[in-house]
Design a protein around this ligand. Structure first.
Ligand SMILES: [Zn+2]
Ligand SMILES: [Zn+2]
Length: 257
């Protein structure tokens, strides 16, 4: 399995693009940097975009990537919770701030088709079986577990985790799949801002450490969504966890498992 990091920041600044990851076979998870980081030709080859939730940093480039597909392009399949799809339709591609890509140029062959998912759903995207897993955040959010039949990979949404809310780790009850090789998981704020992280539905490195404690030690944990300005401080805190295989990523990184 191959993941290309198009954007992994929890915000935006020069060299730091918002959430967007491309798996092989033209599958994109979140669209924060889809038009910024991919060539027009690459954007046209994307078949499926899986949205974890509706927040701006995860959908930002969707309108521009949609029009970059050009007239006559194959319909882009957009997967997401009903609440997420509704937010994109209502606030983004609504005929006011952008054209209604779900309905144009025709109802039969729109630029974008909506594939609504709900937690527990299993569907196909490219060569993957994808499990939709609910995670706690300030708005409805899901993670996606990709299984290629040999191994699996979990792309997490923004989350405050389960443990801080007095519940089990978000990894305690994952769906059955091929052996889990890697988890992409957020940490947005440094440890000293734990209270703010909890309030905004995010993790600190220490909270991330508690969540991943129940994962097998050989599962790589790629830390994403660091808010701009905190990267150096948080890189130290992530290293201090002392767990092998836990590391922050950068835009442009390519991982293979
Ligand atoms: Zn976010
Ligand atoms: Zn969010």
């Amino acid at each position: 399995m191959r993941v290309r990091v198009l954007g992994c920041s929890g915000g935006c600044a020069p060299g730091r693009a918002p959430s967007c990851y491309m798996l092989d076979d033209g599958i994109v998870v979140d669209a924060g940097a889809m038009a910024t980081a991919l060539t027009v030709e690459e954007q046209q080859q994307v078949t499926d975009v899986l949205l974890t939730h509706a927040h701006w940093d995860h959908v930002r480039d969707l309108p521009l990537a949609t029009i970059n597909r050009g007239a006559g392009a194959k319909t882009l399949r957009l997967h997401g919770l009903a609440e997420t799809i509704r937010a994109v339709r209502t606030h983004l591609m609504n005929g006011e701030v952008w054209f209604q890509a779900f309905d144009l140029p025709s109802a039969d062959t729109p630029f974008v088709s909506a594939k609504t998912v709900k937690p527990g759903d299993v569907f196909r995207a490219g060569r993957y079986t994808v499990h939709c897993v609910e995670v706690p955040h300030t708005v409805p959010a899901v993670s996606y577990l990709f299984d290629d039949g040999t191994s699996s990979l979990l792309m997490n949404a923004d989350t405050g985790g389960g443990i801080a809310a007095g519940r089990p780790s978000i990894f305690a009850n994952l769906p059955k799949s091929s052996p889990l090789r890697a988890v992409f998981l957020e940490a947005s704020f440094p440890n000293r801002m734990r209270e703010f992280a909890v309030m905004t539905g995010h993790l600190t490195p220490a909270m991330l450490g508690e969540e991943v404690a129940c994962l097998p030690r050989d599962v790589d944990v790629i830390v994403t969504h660091l808010k701009p300005g905190f990267e150096t401080e948080m890189a130290r805190e992530i290293a201090d966890l002392g767990r092998p295989g836990v590391r922050p990523c950068r835009d442009g990184d390519v991982f293979e498992w």
